[in-house]
Structures are given as structure tokens and as C-alpha cells.
Design a protein around this ligand. Structure first.
Ligand code: S3P
Length: 166
């Protein structure tokens, strides 16, 4: 990998990853998509049929399989939670960028989160609580954090380009 994006659901990892990939002619791996391909099921189906623990195992396996591939990796919002995933993210020795947004902004972006089992039904306070719970894990992996509340995806992309050489 040349760059890894981490952050809560709705922080813009996939959108910004795709923009960066296009601008620098690099392949983009979306971990959620890679998991869905490996499982032959959508993420909501994986959660419904097998539960979160199974999803996390699969997520770890797929992360291990893609981490050494070239390009840009957009992780899932929960990827940095496991310590063995943190070790994998750090071991790649490429910049790990944490995209952050407030709970209010996150709620506005993910809406009713039909395709995100862990956000379904969460209100702003619920998102805030989950974000707090995950803060340490994101901090443990991140080389840089970018506050995205007032930035468009292109502005986030430019902020990354100001810090990272491609
Ligand atoms: C999750 C985030 C999702 C997806 C799964 C679990 C999480 O990815 O991996 O629904 O635990 O935050 P996005 O951050 O791309 O929505």
C-alpha cells in the first residue's frame, strides 16, 4: 500500500480513497468491498447470518491478504479495533491517515445507515458514544488526523496531498 485511510463510518474513507486513486493513477482497495467479495455476501447479510465476531475474523483475514498490495486502502470503520489489525496497519510502514468528523456531521452523512449494521438506529448520542469508545484505536494507528467537518471530499484529498508524497 502507498496510503491507508482509517476513521469512523461516514468519515469519507472510500470517497477520498477513490479520488486519490484517480488523481494518482493508483489502485484503490475498499476493505468492505473486498470482504463482500471474499464472503459472497453483503456486509448486512454477513452480520445477519453470522454475527459481528465472524465479520471481524473475516475482516482480519482480508486485511492480511491485501495489506501488501500496491495502492490506496480504505479500511472499514471498525478495522483498527483489533490489536492484530493495528499491528498490520502499522507494519505496512505507509502513512495512515485518520479522517474525523463530529457525531452531528457523521449522522448527517450516514443517514439511516441501511447498509451499516452497527450504525442502524443510532442517534447522535449513540454515535458520539461509539466514537469515544473507538478514539484510542484510531489514535494508536494514525500518523495524521484530518478534521473533515467543514471540508468537501476534494478538500480532504488536497489536505492529504499536502502531507503525503505519492
Ligand atoms: C463498520 C464499518 C463499516 C463496515 C461494517 C462495520 C464499523 O465500514 O466495515 O459495517 O464497525 O464501524 P464503513 O466505515 O466503510 O462504513
Amino acid at each position: 500500500m502507498q496510503l491507508i485511510l482509517i476513521g469512523f463510518m461516514g468519515s469519507g474513507k472510500s470517497t477520498v480513497g477513490n479520488l486519490l486513486g484517480r488523481r494518482h493513477n493508483l489502485p484503490v482497495i475498499d476493505l468492505d468491498q473486498a470482504i463482500e467479495e471474499a464472503a459472497g455476501q453483503t456486509i448486512p447479510e454477513i452480520f445477519a447470518d453470522h454475527g459481528e465476531a465472524y465479520f471481524r475474523k473475516l475482516e482480519h483475514q482480508v486485511l492480511g491478504a491485501v495489506i501488501d498490495q500496491p495502492g490506496i486502502l480504505a479500511t472499514g470503520g471498525g478495522t483498527p479495533l483489533r490489536e492484530d489489525n493495528q499491528a498490520l496497519l502499522r507494519s505496512s510502514a505507509v502513512p495512515v491517515i485518520h479522517l474525523r468528523a463530529s457525531a452531528k456531521e457523521t449522522l448527517a452523512r450516514i443517514g439511516n445507515a441501511k447498509n451499516r449494521p452497527l450504525a442502524k438506529g443510532l442517534d447522535q448520542a449513540g454515535i458520539e458514544a461509539l466514537k469515544k469508545q473507538r478514539h484510542q484505536a484510531y489514535q494508536a494507528c494514525a500518523d495524521y488526523t484530518i478534521e473533515t467537518n467543514h471540508l468537501s471530499p476534494m478538500e480532504v484529498t488536497l489536505a492529504i496531498e499536502a502531507r503525503v508524497r505519492f
